[in-house]
Design a protein around this ligand. Structure first.
Ligand code: FES
Length: 113
């Protein structure tokens, strides 16, 4: 069985438009996941780092929400133009992109700045 070094979960949960919680899907998370997958493939690291769709990560207000394991780094408000920086700095360079981290006491408790 293949063992990945890192796993990126990208919330693609979809809710009806009238739902006050909103959803990451309406904020472009599917395109973000596709770009992660494409770039990991192009960089030849898809066997080490996997990008997966996930259901609601219970951080809806910060969406699009992404979490990277095993280090449990939570990103919020991620845009397409942030994907390459997250890949280069965090996934390859092991330096999380500080300005994109969810800034809330429940997330990123162990992240050193
Ligand atoms: S809808 Fe994405 S975290 Fe809940």
């Amino acid at each position: 069985m293949k063992c990945f070094e890192k796993h990126i979960f990208i919330c693609e949960n979809k809710r009806p438009p009238e739902n006050p919680k909103g959803c990451c899907s309406d904020k472009g998370s599917s395109e973000i996941r596709e770009l992660f997958k494409k770039r990991l493939h192009e960089l030849g690291i898809k066997s080490k780092i996997r990008a997966n769709s996930s259901g609601c990560l219970d951080a809806c207000e910060f969406g699009p929400t992404i979490v990277v394991y095993p280090e449990q780094i939570w990103y919020g408000g991620v845009k397409l133009e942030n994907v390459e920086e997250i890949i280069q700095s965090h996934l390859i360079g092991n330096k999380p992109v500080q300005r994109l981290l969810i800034n809330h006491p429940n997330y990123n408790k162990d992240v050193k700045s």
